[in-house]
Each structure stands twice: as structure tokens, then as C-alpha cells.
Design a protein around this ligand. Structure first.
Ligand SMILES: Cc1ncc(COP(=O)(O)O)c(C=O)c1O
Length: 415
């Protein structure tokens, strides 16, 4: 009886909300309240609720327009509502939206071929899934097929939140509540090649590393680091896995985000490849063993709509030369942001950049930027991460740096 009463109250609240929304009267604060009433508390309640977007701009429920310098955390490579992407997804939706792995589909085959071309290896094989964590889970399972169980990862790394991927995520705070995790994981300081070489032995199944640690504040691997790891892996028969989930798909000026001559055994890609649709890939090659039928799977992996979106993202990146564009825009942002008073350093590559502040005010500045209509995010107390769509132009760069300068200036004057 009580639960029926509760249900009726909830329904009434919901109707009121919907009615207000239709009239456009609902305030931002009531959306936040609604969020906290229905969404699991794994995320902080967002202060902004977005309803639409176009290109580099998003619009919230109140009609306020934002310059999007985060793109769904390095994901919306072509920005919002890109006409090419809408066309590709709509065409595929009209044909068939989902099949499962019982049937092949031309879009996922085309995408797998594209990924082979990107890595320059027609012997590479592709396993499709839906998220970065899943792509890394597939890599972990592949590593078990070597007959070894030991893994090496880096401190400060981020490889996802599922139990396997979390086991490789070198952040105590994220791991602590969920232990025990996979037990044979050794963490070494990121960028320390000597420590890495010592940690890799003939009993190590796989090493996983990011070309740039995005979640850890955009920390770039030192020159020669990835190559050095690859050499040690070759000596010990260890699989060399590179997590290109945040750096990949053109964001850092190349397909995977590294700028050394390397050929990893496993590469994981997600985020940008689907242009906003959930798609991830584990590229399996080199010394790597392969799954036998039935050893791994995913209902939605390689879904034709997501694959059609990804094919379009790759085609548009090539057609518009967006990798080169990302490098050019990135270097302008770097130069302009570095001039702003209160900025200590700007690090990163292409359009994955970390703006290091002199003072621990990054969170406040990000809030203030949102107030000024610019979206970015703080990875720590003193680092603002930006990962805008690859289509930004000089106008957007100038809007961003101007807002950053004004915001920091105001903050500095206040203290
Ligand atoms: C480098 C890296 N690996 C893995 C992941 C996990 O991806 P997802 O959130 O899609 O599971 C992320 C997400 O931020 C990431 O940046």
C-alpha cells in the first residue's frame, strides 16, 4: 500500500517536471534536483543540463550557449550534430540497427579494415566492444592466453572502471573500495624507463601504458619511453599494450597519439572513434595470441550503427585533414594559453592539453569558465584539461583563451 502511494507521488512529481519542461519553465536547479532523485550517486550532480548542440557549441535547458572544450571527454571528435555523422547514422538506422555477432555486417568489416590500415598490418585482428574499459578487458583476457598472469602498469594511469581495467588503473583512491582486484599487477612510475625495464620479466604477460596520461593531468611520455618498453617486451616475450583510448583517432595529430615508431601487440581505442556513439576496439597483432570462438564476446560490439558512425568519423577526419588541423590548433592554444597570467605550463599534444596553473584553483576556474559559457575540466587542483572537438577554429581558440585570461585575472585579483 505504502509503496503504491510512493509510486503515485513519484509519478505526480514526474508529470509536473515534464509539464514544466514542455513549457520551458524548468530551472537548472530543478534539473539537478531531479538528477539526484533518479541517478546513482557515482557521479557528482551536474550543474548544467544540455539539450542540444551544433559544431563546437552546446546549449543548455535555459538556452545558454557554451563553447565545448571538453567534447564529452575527448569523444565528440566532429563536435555536436555534425551533418556527415547524422547522415551516416540515419542511413544505417534505416537499414538495420543491431544484429549481434551471429551475423556479419558491412560497416563493422569496413571499420576493421580501416583499423588494419591505420596500424599498417593486415594480419592485425579487431575485437569490437562499446567502451574503453571493455577494450582493455579484452586485452587483459588476451594476455591470459599467453599462459602468464603477471601484468605491469603505471602509477597515475587510467584504464577504466570494470574490475580488470580498474586493476590496471594506478590510482589508489579509485581501487581501494573495490579490492581485492587482479592480484598480479605491478605499478611503476610513469615515464621511468629504467623502473619499467626492471619490472618486466620473462614471467610478465602484458605491459599496458598510455602515450599521454590524460586523466592524470595530461602527462606526456618522455621521448623513447614507448620504444624502450617495446624493446624490453621483445626480450622477455611480453605483450606490449598501448591504451590509445583518450589520445587516439586524430586528437593528438596521429591515429593513435604516439609520436615514436612503435608497433604494439595490443592497441585499445574508444572515445573519439564513435564520434559520440559507443564503440571501442582492441587491435590484436604481433606476438599476441588470439581468441578462439566463444572465448570472448559482446552483444553490442561492432553494432552497425556505431560502426557506420565510426567509418564516417574516420572519413571526415581524412577528408578535412583534421589530424594536421588538431596539431595546428593545439599549438595555437598552447602558445596563447601559455601567455595568460597565472598559467605555469601548457602540456600535451594536439588537442589534448593540460593547462597547469600557478595556484590550486583549477576547479574554481572551471566553474567560472562554465559561467562564462566555456566548458573544460579540472583533472586536479592545478590542472585544467581541454579536449575540444577537432573542428575548432581560430575563433574558438580566441574565445577560450580570452575567457581563461579573464577568469584567472579575476581570481588573482580576489586573492
Ligand atoms: C586512457 C583511458 N583508458 C580507458 C578509459 C575508460 O574508457 P570508458 O570510460 O569508455 O570505459 C578512459 C576513459 O577516460 C581513458 O582515458
Amino acid at each position: 500500500m505504502r509503496s503504491l502511494w510512493r509510486y503515485k507521488v513519484m509519478l505526480l512529481e514526474h508529470w509536473c517536471t515534464m509539464a514544466k519542461t514542455r513549457k520551458g519553465k524548468k530551472e537548472a536547479s530543478s534539473w539537478s534536483k531531479e538528477h539526484s532523485l533518479v541517478m546513482e550517486s557515482s557521479y557528482a550532480t551536474p550543474a548544467i543540463t544540455i539539450i542540444r548542440g551544433s559544431g563546437c557549441y552546446l546549449v543548455d535547458v535555459d538556452g545558454k550557449r557554451y563553447l565545448d572544450f571538453l567534447s564529452g571527454i575527448a569523444t565528440n571528435a566532429l563536435g555536436a550534430a555534425h551533418p556527415d555523422l547524422i547522415g551516416a547514422v540515419t542511413r544505417q538506422m534505416k537499414r538495420v540497427s543491431h544484429l549481434s555477432n551471429f551475423y556479419g555486417n558491412p560497416e563493422s568489416l569496413k571499420l576493421a579494415r580501416e583499423l588494419q590500415l591505420m596500424i599498417g598490418d593486415d594480419q592485425a585482428r579487431i575485437f569490437f566492444s562499446n567502451s574503453g574499459a571493455e577494450a582493455n578487458e579484452a586485452a587483459i583476457k588476451i594476455s591470459r592466453l599467453t599462459g602468464r598472469t603477471r601484468l605491469v602498469a603505471t602509477t597515475g594511469s587510467f584504464h577504466g572502471r570494470t574490475m580488470g581495467a580498474l586493476s590496471l588503473t594506478g590510482q589508489d583512491k579509485k581501487q581501494r573500495p573495490f579490492r581485492p582486484l587482479l592480484k598480479d599487477v605491478k605499478f611503476v612510475p610513469y615515464g621511468d624507463l629504467k623502473a619499467m625495464k626492471r619490472a618486466i620479466t620473462k614471467r610478465t604477460a602484458m605491459v599496458i601504458v598510455e602515450p599521454i596520461q590524460g586523466e592524470n593531468g595530461v602527462i606526456v611520455a618522455p621521448v623513447g619511453y614507448l620504444k624502450g618498453i617495446q624493446e624490453r617486451c621483445a626480450e622477455t616475450g611480453t605483450l606490449f599494450a598501448v591504451d590509445a583510448i583518450q589520445t587516439g583517432v586524430g586528437r593528438c595529430g596521429s591515429w593513435f597519439g604516439w609520436d615514436e615508431e612503435i608497433a604494439p601487440d595490443l592497441i585499445t581505442v574508444a572515445k573519439g572513434i564513435g564520434g559520440g556513439l559507443p564503440l571501442a576496439a582492441t587491435i590484436i597483432r604481433g606476438r599476441s595470441p588470439h581468441f578462439s570462438p566463444g572465448e570472448h564476446g559482446s552483444t553490442f560490439g561492432g553494432n552497425p550503427v556505431a560502426a557506420a558512425a565510426a567509418n564516417q568519423v574516420l572519413a571526415t577526419i581524412k577528408k578535412k585533414n583534421l589530424m594536421q588541423h588538431a596539431l595546428e590548433m593545439g599549438s595555437i592554444v598552447k602558445a596563447e594559453a601559455a601567455k595568460v597570467e597565472g598559467v605555469l605550463d601548457v602540456r600535451g599534444r594536439g588537442l589534448l592539453l593540460g593547462i597547469v596553473l600557478e595556484r590550486p584553483v583549477a576547479k574554481e576556474i572551471v566553474l567560472d569558465l562554465a559561467h562564462r559559457g566555456v566548458l573544460a575540466n579540472a583533472t586536479s587542483e592545478n590542472v585544467i584539461r581541454i579536449a575540444p572537438p577537432l573542428i575548432i577554429g581560430k575563433r574558438e581558440v580566441s574565445t577560450f583563451t580570452k575567457a581563461l585570461a579573464e577568469s584567472l585575472n579575476m581570481r588573482m585579483r580576489a586573492s
